[in-house]
Design a protein around this ligand. Sequence first.
Ligand SMILES: [Zn+2]
Length: 274
Amino acid sequence: MLKRLLKRVLCCVFYMAVASGMFCYSLFRFGGTGKTNTEERYTVQLDKSGISTDKKAVSSTDNTATAGNSHSKDRYSKCLEIYNNNKELLILANRDNPLPSDYTPFLRHICDGRLEASVELYDGLTRMFADAELQGYNYWIASAYRSAERQQQLVDEDVRICMERGMSYNDSLEEVYRETMPAGCSEHQTGLALDILCSGNSVMDASQKDEPGNKWLRKNCYKYGFILRYPEDKSGITGVNFEPWHFRYVGKEAAKFIMKNDITLEEFCTAAGQ
Ligand SMILES: [Zn+2]
């Protein structure tokens, strides 16, 4: 009798251990970067060539498709929930999604009046820079809010430089749009984007990514509501080359989700059904 009771207790302990182990494992996987399991992320996303990978996700994970669908649904609801909480901060501006012509951001001066940015990012920016300074890092904001007119000027200047090198107008425009959005499509017009350079390196190029201060920003920006907007391996999705200096304010909740899941704002908005 005692033996049978002991056996039952041991059985119960065993099943509880297995169940809690599986629970922890699923939490770990859900919280990870998701790089290796496309089906755990979103069913609709774009790979580098701009082709939807949803079919690949299903065909490469046939035996886990059911679990994947429920994960995708969870992700969809989570993205939608975050999106609905922060719609204004999550506005998408790119070549396919121009800002509404009457879009007017609520701006304030930053950098001792040298630049303007959205009032929304001020507290996060102040805290981020203060914490970075404690680690010995200082920055120079090269660009914040830009009007549509200013954006057009930048495009025109860059096109002129390309054409002086012998490129045709159309080729120049295409080249320029890899780094500078057309007027109306730049998120600098929202006042929510900042080009942040490390002090001691004022060159706005890939060398920023090797600066310890830039590494700190990329690792910690989400804690203050910012995301690295144009990551190195996502230009096929964002349509913009890697810009280690360009940070976008989306609010803490969205920033954490986007950075922890290694996705872009485009992927996030698609997952939220936008
Ligand atoms: Zn920028």
